[in-house]
Design a protein around this ligand. Structure first.
Ligand code: AMP
Ligand code: MG
Length: 352
């Protein structure tokens, strides 16, 4: 017969065992979850005249972030008009010449979009950008005569580019600038780069241009705010993003004021002046960052009516959000179930 003392002893041993096993399980669970949380990394950098934040998830997130930083610096050095040593500056100085693989790809895409948008997108608008002071920060309002003279140099259809010889010619003092397309292109390259490090979930925010690789680690969509022009920290709504790019162009991004007038940085190549229409911002959602970036700039130049016509002509290639000066918010049917807003939305479909 077991004594009461022996029974209590056995019970105590059992309870201790349960407690020990429980604690062990808890510590193991805790460590694995901690490791998971530590498997992400976020870095912020200033490049291409803007703040960039990169969040990566995965075992090699830190290495991938380092590689991403190097890649941004490499592209910045090629494309920066602000640096006399950049490839773009050399081409502008010498009226053309041999191009690197990256500049070749950018030229090709820029010329396609130039044609597609009937000239709204034009990388040869750079001399005009300079005249307004957007290149160096010494802002001024050029006279109509000055602009007319400069516009003689603006016409991307005159750019000669041979994919075979990798040579570009910029006739008649023409100068180019990839400011309207470079960040989207950079984002596309970064996505490919981090995939090589086994990363499947990442979010790149390159100065408000957001590019998502996959969804969150739970595979749910990233929730990304769309900025409200004119309101710091204000937003038009939220977009659920998964494996896509969302790029916004707006007059609110860079501008100066002179004699009570606001002059912004997106130039209508037809007039040489900041695009002046009913739009405050254009957001493009699609897979390719390069295309999204080029289109956001182009459609901002077009104004709402032409942008909607263009979208219908290219149905299925991209989605968009248009925000107008009189407070209208247009969202195309491909993303209307992914975008939430407190503002009344007009959904655009092919019949609009
Ligand atoms: P984004 O913020 O992408 O709309 O690009 C604006 C930048 O693109 C400007 O700062 C200029 O460098 C350049 N840009 C301005 N107007 C045009 C245009 N019509 N076509 C192509 N690039 C432009
Ligand atoms: Mg753009």
């Amino acid at each position: 017969m077991e004594t009461v003392k022996e029974k209590t002893g056995r019970l105590l041993a059992l309870v201790s065992l349960i407690v020990i096993v429980g604690l062990l399980v808890f510590f193991m669970w805790n460590t694995t979850h901690k490791e998971k949380a530590e498997d992400s990394t976020t870095v912020s950098i200033y490049a291409m005249d803007t703040y960039m934040t990169i969040t990566l998830y995965g075992e090699h997130a830190e290495e991938a972030a380092e590689a991403a930083k190097k890649e941004i610096a490499r592209l910045d050095a090629l494309l920066s008009t602000g640096s006399a040593e950049s490839e773009v500056s050399r081409l502008n100085r010498e009226g053309g010449g041999l191009v690197s693989e990256d500049v070749g790809k950018l030229i090709k895409e820029a010329l396609v979009v130039h044609e597609k948008t009937y000239g709204a997108f034009d990388i040869s608008v750079y001399p005009v950008m300079k005249a307004w002071g957007f290149a160096g920060g010494d802002y001024r309002v050029p006279s109509d005569d000055e602009l007319d003279k400069l516009l003689e140099k603006v016409d991307a259809s005159l750019i000669g580019y041979s994919e075979e010889t990798k040579e570009i010619s910029l006739p008649g003092g023409m100068e180019i600038d990839f400011g309207g397309i470079a960040k989207g292109y950079t984002g596309d390259l970064l996505i490919e780069l981090v995939k090589d490090y086994g990363i499947e979930h990442a979010l790149f925010n390159l100065g408000g241009n957001v590019q998502a690789l996959g969804g969150k680690t739970s595979n749910s969509d990233w929730k990304v705010a769309v900025a409200k022009p004119g309101e710091e920290n204000g937003y038009l709504g939220y977009m659920d993003l998964n494996n896509k790019t969302m790029i916004t162009s707006g007059s609110y991004e860079r501008f100066f004021e002179a004699d009570g007038e606001i002059y912004h940085h997106i130039i209508d190549p037809k007039t040489g002046k900041p695009a002046d229409n009913d739009l405050l911002s254009v957001t493009i959602v699609t897979e390719s960052g390069t295309l999204a970036d080029a289109l956001s700039t182009s459609l901002f130049v077009m104004g709402a009516d032409d942008a909607i016509t263009f979208w219908k002509e290219h149905y299925g290639e991209f989605d968009m959000i248009l925000y107008t000066k009189d407070g209208n918010l247009f969202v195309t049917d491909g993303i209307s179930n992914k975008f939430t807003s407190d503002i009344k939305i007009t959904t655009l479909d092919k019949t609009y």
